[in-house]
Unconditional design. Structure first.
Length: 258
């Protein structure tokens, strides 16, 4: 895989796939992607996966790893066909495949359908708290160009549409804002439903725009839950915290069921 050095020079981002064909084998399409960037023993490393498409049929991917030896020099990718070696990278790969499969785009849409589990919850909350929550969520979503169903999904998981609830760690309101986060996004009263919604959607948009995330919904949700620092620390992947991984899976489950 001599092409790897070229791809590293081009700074191929996580999830991006480079495709090329050899002149000697024009029927074979070769693909290579940086799957994960992470730190190991003080070194910056990258997981890759490569696969071949022959006559329109995709073959089983192979995983490999390389680490940086110096600022401009990387070791050759270690491509191992042993299942034991590939298992950790494959497991991470399959996790992202699953949570992203059939997921809608995070962008704002005016025509959408709320999954029944979200619709029932928000209808009950609107009556109980005497608030036009669907209208408020749509307004906040539109302002930050986010899919309203995604915001509904986050709120369902965070507070179950209760604007008065606080967690044991001090996160409060519909989108469960921590005091420092609330201050960061200009929320003076987290129990004010409108302020909380605007601040929460603004913060989620900020996470979606962060370096290493760039529109990846599961990573943005992980950053919302566990902090961007932890997403970065674990190589721009969902941190290995059971709470955070379950959080991401549940929200993506709501979001994808629309």
């Amino acid at each position: 895989m001599d092409d790897v050095n070229f791809l590293l020079d081009e700074k191929l981002l996580d999830g991006e796939i480079a495709t090329w064909r050899d002149k000697d084998e024009p029927k074979l399409e070769r693909n290579l992607a940086v799957f994960l960037t992470f730190s190991e023993n003080g070194k910056l490393c990258r997981d890759y996966y490569t696969f071949i498409v022959e006559n329109g049929r995709e073959k089983k991917p192979v995983f490999g790893t390389t680490c940086r030896l110096s600022k401009r020099r990387w070791q050759r990718v270690n491509w191992s066909f042993r299942d034991a070696y590939q298992a950790p990278a494959r497991k991470r790969f399959e996790f992202f495949q699953e949570v992203n499969r059939n997921a809608p785009e995070p962008v704002y849409v005016s025509d959408y359908r709320l999954p029944s589990i979200l619709l029932k919850s928000v209808q009950k909350a609107e009556i109980k708290h005497e608030l036009p929550l669907r209208e408020m969520i749509n307004k906040a979503s539109k302002k930050e160009a986010l899919n309203p169903v995604l915001i509904h999904s986050v709120i369902k998981q965070e507070s179950n549409y209760n604007p008065k609830v606080c967690s044991h760690v001090g996160a409060c309101g519909l989108m469960q804002l921590m005091p420092l986060t609330a201050k960061e996004v200009g929320v003076s009263d987290p129990f004010n439903p409108s302020q909380n919604l605007m601040g929460g959607t603004r913060y989620l948009r900020k996470m979606l725009n962060r370096r290493g995330i760039k529109g990846n919904i599961p990573l943005a949700l992980a950053a919302y839950n566990a902090g961007y620092g932890n997403v970065k620390k674990y190589g721009y992947q969902v941190p290995p915290f059971k709470e955070t991984q379950n959080y991401v899976k549940k929200i993506m489950g709501y979001f994808k069921s629309q």
